[in-house]
Design a protein around this ligand. Structure first.
Ligand SMILES: NC(=O)c1ccc[n+]([C@@H]2O[C@H](COP(=O)([O-])OP(=O)(O)OC[C@H]3O[C@@H](n4cnc5c(N)ncnc54)[C@H](OP(=O)(O)O)[C@@H]3O)[C@@H](O)[C@H]2O)c1
Length: 400
């Protein structure tokens, strides 16, 4: 039995990961038990996961979350002898990820809180199923250098990169001409640009094809998420940004395509269910039966591919520019976007202001060259301060 740590066990990717483990669908060579469940504040879900998966370790975000976890375990009537080791915060997240017993880590905490634990697991040569965007968007060079140095296996869980990972197995890397990432286009694909100023958080959260956490759902509506994916793809597969294309594919069934130099294009196609890429990340290079719907080829279907509108969705363009600029630009891009998305969800700013806050934060932050994860976190924190000031100025202007 292999042992797994799930960073972000209570989230959308985390619960899908546990469903893959629950179904025991991973075959005799890939049977996983749970070493650690790492969550934030959702103590109720964590308690039910503890009862079902009996991890050795369970971690929450803060000491008050830990108090609530203890109370909930008591109220659930679980005998103390059956409790896992409990902890909170960064240090315990790291220990839960680097413990020698751990074979694989699913990295699915949203935001930079999962960064150090993932990085340290890479430095211990673990297999990482990578869902968390921030790891590569903020720290791409450091992470990829560590992957090479410590021989870690970084297998992408994000459906587009997972698709590209699969397509790249068909040919030599030097024979690859381009990577094409598909995007659903989000809920505002057909909304006129003038109407975007009036869209509500509820409309933006209504993703046409995927059910995910709030931040990533808004990032899909602005196409910022696709921009992050371009950045991630550059780091994961060693492409310059100019070799990564984005195409709108509203059916979200083709996840990625690789064009080889002979003009042949290979596409990865699967139903929209994250359990397939999660399972792939856990069993690669093996393929096993997955608990996901299969495509019914007996039914007629249509697939559309439409070029993205960079003017209507300027954050996508900004992502290419930040990756070209290198250094700390993509870290600032991510931090400012997180603050702006939060402000939009709280009704403080309008939808188009997400881009304006990010753009203005980038123009105020000097371009740095982070050498450590600590440097990255420092740049992240500074960028957030600036983005918050910009939000306050705007929210003030709106109220006045
Ligand atoms: N969902 C998808 O289909 C998908 C696809 C590709 C990539 N991703 C990426 O995967 C990551 C997770 O996405 P998601 O959709 O699963 O997000 P989500 O549903 O919002 O879940 C986020 C997880 O992070 C945990 N968390 C938040 N703050 C934390 C903290 N301070 N300390 C420890 N844990 C914390 C949450 O815990 P609590 O809930 O307990 O607070 C939760 O378990 C994101 O980076 C996203 O961009 C997601």
């Amino acid at each position: 039995m292999k042992l797994l740590t799930v960073l972000g066990s209570t989230g959308s990717i985390g619960t899908n990961t546990l469903d893959v483990v629950r179904r025991g669908a991973l075959g005799a060579n890939h049977r996983y038990g749970v070493y650690a469940l790492v969550a934030g504040r959702n103590v109720e879900t964590l308690v039910s996961q503890i009862r079902e998966f009996r991890p050795k370790v369970a971690v929450v975000a803060t000491s008050s979350d830990l108090d609530r976890l203890i109370q909930s375990l008591e109220s659930a009537g679980m005998p103390r002898s059956q409790w896992p080791e409990l902890g909170y915060g960064e240090e315990t997240r790291i220990q839960a990820s680097v413990a020698p017993e751990v074979d694989a880590v699913i990295s699915a905490i949203v935001g930079v809180n999962g960064l150090t634990a993932t990085y340290e697991a890479i430095r211990r040569g673990k297999r990482i199923g990578l869902a968390n965007k921030e790891v590569l968007v903020t720290c791409g060079k450091l992470v990829m250098d560590a992957v090479k140095e410590f021989g870690a296996e970084l297998v992408p869980v994000d459906s587009e990169h997972n698709g590209a990972h699969q397509c790249l197995r068909a040919g030599n890397r030097h024979a690859v001409a381009r990577l094409i990432l598909t995007a659903s286009g989000g809920p505002f694909r057909n909304t006129p640009v003038e109407a975007l100023a009036k869209v509500t958080p509820e409309q933006a959260l209504n993703h046409p094809t995927w059910r995910m956490g709030n931040r990533i759902t808004i990032d899909c509506a602005t196409l910022m998420n696709k921009g992050f994916e371009v950045i991630e793809a550059c780091w994961l597969f060693g492409f310059p940004p100019g070799q990564v294309d984005v195409v709108i594919h509203p059916q979200s069934t083709v996840h990625a395509m690789i064009e080889y130099t002979d003009g042949s294009v290979l596409a990865q196609v699967a139903a929209t269910d994250m359990r397939m890429p999660i399972q792939y990340a856990l069993t690669y290079p093996d393929r096993l039966e997955a608990p996901v719907p299969k495509i019914n080829w007996a039914q007629p279907r249509q697939w559309d591919f439409i070029p993205p509108d960079f003017e209507k969705f300027p954050l996508l363009k900004l992502a290419y520019e930040c990756q070209e600029a290198g250094g700390s630009a993509t870290c600032t891009l991510n931090a400012a976007d997180e603050i702006a998305v939060e402000a939009f969800l709280e009704g403080k700013i309008a939808f188009p202001a997400i881009h304006e806050i990010v753009r203005d934060t980038l123009s105020r932050m000097p371009l740095g060259q982070p050498r450590t994860v600590g440097d990255v976190l420092e740049i992240d924190a500074q960028s957030r301060v600036i983005a918050r000031e910009l939000v306050r100025a705007r929210a003030g202007a709106v109220t006045a």
